[in-house]
Design a protein around this ligand. Structure first.
Ligand SMILES: [Fe+2]
Length: 303
């Protein structure tokens, strides 16, 4: 790989974008191999800000994978959507969250994959429907639409901190069930084959997580939640909806307006996010996500 000149002289600078969540990282070229000091600076920035924006990073797929591997193993894009292996536009190192098909054409309005993917407009944490949920997501903005398509991030640490003591005590040991079936059903997408339903079998996650480095607690909320273990489903959904409303108040949210070649990295253990509406049946939005797998499950799974 060709190295950019004067790399030794570069120093990463991170400035806060919001009182709680989000920072902008400059002074680093993600096309080249990072030094251990640079990786440590980014890790520290992620622990503090939970979301980092790296503007002006015109990277290839290969460079994005290499950068992602600094933070852990890549979660393979299997079992997270309806796309069969032979239909995939990108390699299995990428979750294709664009609005494009294999021929790079914008998906039609009634395309089943499009309708399934519309649930990315609901607040969620990536791969909370997997037994081992994601650590970081790294999203590269290759083609950005003229209007709309912002990604919003909500700080689940600040949201937890702002709860009253009684609610904190009530939720401390609660366990939720997460599945893609539940998030899709919120938008009325329920037509799934028996094989798809089996693939999207619910998993269990703690509702309160503790960050392994900072020790801060956060709410592990997601639109993938369908119930709380031991609760009746309607009372669980009512409670989760109330917590989600609390956690996504504007003071906890950083809204990212995309520019071409932004790379945005977020910590799914401490944040929720959603993409906002845009003219997705007309304008291409080619954004490519690598996902760093988490260290392990948040709680034991049901037998
Ligand atoms: Fe997502």
């Amino acid at each position: 790989m060709k190295r950019a000149g004067k790399s030794e002289a570069m120093t990463i600078t991170i400035r806060a974008l919001h009182p709680f969540i989000g920072g902008e990282a400059t002074g680093v070229d993600l096309r080249r191999t990072l030094t251990p000091a640079e990786v440590a600076a980014i890790d520290a920035g992620m622990d503090r800000h939970a979301v980092l924006v790296f503007p002006g990073q015109a990277i290839t797929d290969e460079q994005q994978v290499t950068f992602s591997l600094n933070f852990g193993a890549i979660e393979k894009a299997v079992g997270g959507d309806l796309t069969k292996l032979e239909e995939k536009r990108l390699s299995l190192d990428f979750a294709d969250v664009s609005n494009l098909d294999r021929e790079n054409k914008v998906k039609a309005r009634d395309d089943r994959h499009r309708l399934f993917g519309l649930a990315n407009r609901l607040w969620h944490s990536d791969s909370s429907f997997r037994a081992v949920p994601a650590k970081y997501s790294l999203l590269s903005g290759r083609v950005i639409p003229a209007a709309g398509g912002n990604t919003e991030f909500a700080d689940m640490r600040a949201a937890y901190d702002a709860l009253d003591a009684a609610t904190k005590a009530q939720i401390e040991d609660l366990v939720c069930e997460h599945s893609l079936i539940y998030s899709r059903a919120q938008l009325g997408f329920t037509e799934l084959s028996p094989e798809e339903k089996a693939m999207f079998k619910p998993v269990r996650q703690r509702l309160v997580r503790t960050h392994p480095v900072t020790g801060r607690k956060s709410l592990f909320l997601s639109s993938h939640i369908g119930t709380i273990v031991g609760w009746e489903m309607p009372e669980a959904r009512d409670f989760i909806r109330e917590l989600t409303e609390h956690a996504t108040q504007r003071q906890f949210v950083y809204a990212h307006v995309w520019r071409t070649n932004d790379l945005v990295v977020w910590d799914n253990r401490q944040t929720m996010h959603r993409v906002r509406r845009f003219d997705d049946t007309k304008e291409p939005r080619d954004v490519r996500r690598t996902t760093v797998a988490g260290d392990g499950p948040t709680v034991a799974q049901a037998a």
